[in-house]
Write a protein that binds this ligand. Structure first.
Ligand SMILES: [Mn+2]
Length: 426
């Protein structure tokens, strides 16, 4: 299924008048405060978030999985789904492939399809957290950190293969997330495990093309429950430094212990020029992979404040690879992703409202109350008309969820694909 622009324009026409009056009002208010509204809209239009190839089907838990009808059963259909998201939201202009779940059969055909839908290939993700069919060695006790050289070599080779696959598609970065760690005290020697991991990453780094970057993700626990080799941003930062200038840390919002100050982590990594990628989701208890902004929208806003500050003040930090890394147990995956994209844009727009000069003055004068007023004035502004305007100008839907439902997208997909399709992934 492909949504054409005429269908979106038809649906938009019924909401245009309401949008215009909301936008005019907000635009007047913001302009009177000295905000450059057009600049914010143009930044929102430029902000594209990659959709991972594993997020188009229903997610599961270790207790089970409830499938969602009409799921994409191959890479072509997954890219078509991202095309639907992108045509409605105009903010999902990239796909992040997981290897080996989504290895293309025909590279040219996949590239052409993505190109026709305006979708780029973002970071490619390796998988050494599962054993693959016919694999010689097992990752049961770790991959890049394993005590066995043969296992480490197999895991290194897999990452090199992933780089090759990504290179054929135009990707420019490799994301490494390791499940390596231990479930019980004494199982691992912490130092040996880290040393093996560092050496293995250096081997992968040697195979990285010059214009590529390597993104090192961290996570404190799960699937191992006593220790994780790359448990936190400090470990990821150390490893990135050890590998070289093309290696960076990747922050996944769900990969922190409760109440971690993620905005501070983001800020420090950008100061050091080492924040390379970012995975969006939300959580209440652990790595819950819930819809972005559904639980802690204010924390998301504070994180975006630091991201915006870093993008404006830290030329030493590269452009970031943005991706949604969420799972959908009970929602239509496409509707869930639309809600996440909206929440990301909303937090970004609010962060862009902050007058950084005023904030700096207030900080300089230790005017704590004023600092909070500046942040919360931005946070309390309903920026949705700005998001609508950015989508409208780019050819997207004023209200993507409404358009998705009006166009009966899920029913169309079920008619095309049937009820019992299953997407590859977890
Ligand atoms: Mn992630």
């Amino acid at each position: 299924m492909k949504i054409d622009n005429g269908q979106i324009q038809d649906i938009n026409s019924t909401h245009l008048k309401a949008h215009q009056s909301h936008f005019d009002f907000l635009s007047d208010v913001l302009t009177s405060k000295g905000v450059d509204v057009n600049n914010i809209i143009s930044k929102l239009k430029d902000f594209q978030v990659a959709i991972p190839s594993w997020a188009l089907g229903a997610g599961g838990t270790r207790f089970g999985r409830f499938s969602f009808y009409g799921e994409p059963s191959n890479l072509e259909q997954k890219i078509q789904d991202i095309g639907i998201l992108h045509s409605l939201t105009q903010t999902a202009g990239a796909v992040s492939l997981h290897i080996p779940w989504d290895v293309p059969d025909d590279y040219n055909a996949i590239k052409e399809l993505a190109n026709s839908l305006n979708i780029k290939f973002d970071a490619v993700n390796s998988n050494t957290f599962q054993d693959q069919k016919n694999a010689k060695e097992s990752y049961k006790y770790g991959s890049l950190s394993n005590t066995s050289k043969a296992v480490r070599e197999q895991a290194i080779q897999h990452n090199l293969d992933v780089i090759n696959i990504g290179n054929k598609l135009g990707s420019k970065s490799l994301t490494v997330w390791l499940a390596d760690g231990s479930c019980f005290p004494g199982q691992n020697n912490f130092q040996t495990a880290l040393q093996h991991t560092e050496n293995s990453l250096k081997e992968i780094y040697k195979g990285l093309p010059n214009d590529w970057s390597m993104l090192i993700e961290y996570k404190p626990y799960e699937p191992n429950f006593y220790s994780t080799v790359i448990q936190d941003w400090g470990t990821s930062f150390m490893l990135a430094n050890a590998c070289g200038e093309k290696a960076y840390s990747l922050v996944d919002l769900g990969h922190h212990l409760p109440n971690s100050n993620i905005e501070q982590i983001v800020s420090i990594l950008m100061l050091k020029g080492k924040l390379g990628g970012f995975h969006f989701n939300d959580s209440k208890y652990g790595d819950d992979d819930l819809t972005v902004g559904s639980i802690k929208p204010y924390a998301l806003f504070l994180i975006f404040n630091e991201l915006v500050y870093g993008m404006q003040n830290n030329p030493q930090n590269p452009d970031l690879a943005w991706m949604i890394d969420a799972s959908h147990n009970v929602k239509d995956p496409l509707e869930d992703l639309i809600q996440s994209l909206e929440a990301i844009q909303e937090a970004y727009a609010k962060a862009l409202l902050i007058n950084q000069d005023d904030l700096k003055d207030a900080q300089q004068n230790n005017d704590v109350v004023k600092c909070q007023e500046i942040l919360q004035d931005a946070y309390r502004t309903d920026v949705r008309p700005l998001l609508e305007k950015a989508r409208l100008d780019a050819g997207g839907a004023l209200n993507p969820i409404n358009a998705y439902r009006t166009l009966n997208v899920r029913n169309e997909l079920i008619n095309e694909r049937g009820k019992n399709t299953v997407a590859t992934g977890l």
